[in-house]
Write a protein that binds this ligand. Structure first.
Ligand code: CA
Length: 238
């Protein structure tokens, strides 16, 4: 059975990269940040993988064997199914950046090697948000809690709430599925990533931090603990 819960919150990225070490590093870091990852090592494989796996975003190396990143991008833009697929082109510093931009390959963004993974992920998230820019997703709300995804801000009763990155993703996931109970394993899958080896009790630690951050002294605890089951975002604590 496909895990629809994880699919909702964990975008699939196709990493097209012929340098195996770089591909491995990207996979590790992207999975750690909650992305699902598919890989392709050349341009032709990239086109095949796009058809097979229907990624949410493509990270496309410019210099690839057989079929260049530019040509892959052009072909993606020609097909109606992939015309609007977000593509980030990865270029080497030696390539003339003006030429890269001037070629009008249809890439949505560019990043130059060597790049920081944080910068890359910020661009990917921005691009994914633009691609899915529907009002319902830009702002999530439950009870007196609001999350502005574009500004990365959380408020409760107009009071700003400061969350660590994991607590933020945890709350984002809960806000997408209010009142639904999730097991620790489901939360690990959806928020941490399937291939990350984390103890289920780690979830408890972050739930505790989330509660501490969002529940003010006289405020209702909106995180419901369901014994032997897991957690839910709910105003009816039992
Ligand atoms: Ca390359």
């Amino acid at each position: 059975m496909p895990d629809t819960v994880s699919m909702l919150s964990r975008p699939l990225v196709l990493v097209v990269e012929d340098e195996a070490a770089l591909a491995t590093m990207l996979r590790y870091n992207l999975e750690k940040q909650g992305f699902r990852v598919e890989e392709a090592a050349d341009g032709q494989e990239a086109l095949n993988r796009v058809s097979e796996t229907q990624p949410d975003i493509v990270l496309l190396d410019w210099m690839l064997p057989a079929l260049s990143g530019i040509e892959v991008c052009r072909q993606l833009r020609r097909r109606s199914a992939t015309r609007d697929l977000p593509v980030i082109m990865v270029t080497a510093r030696t390539e003339d950046q003006d030429t890269v931009r001037g070629l009008n390959t249809g890439a949505d963004d560019y990043i130059t090697k060597p790049f920081s993974v944080d910068a890359l992920i910020a661009r990917m998230r921005a691009l994914l948000r633009r691609a899915n820019a529907v009002p319902a997703k830009a702002r999530l709300a439950f009870h007196d809690i609001t999350m502005d995804l574009a500004a990365h801000r959380v408020q409760r009763n107009d009071r700003p709430i400061h969350l660590g990155p994991t607590e933020f993703r945890l709350l984002e996931f809960f806000l997408q599925h209010p009142r639904r109970v999730f097991t620790r394993e489901e939360l690990l899958d959806a928020v941490w990533g399937r291939d990350i080896h984390v103890e289920p009790r780690t979830v408890d630690v972050h739930i505790r931090r989330l509660r501490k951050a969002i529940n003010g002294p006289n405020e209702l605890d909106v995180v419901r603990t369901v014994r032997a089951a897991g957690y839910a975002l709910d105003t009816e604590a039992r």
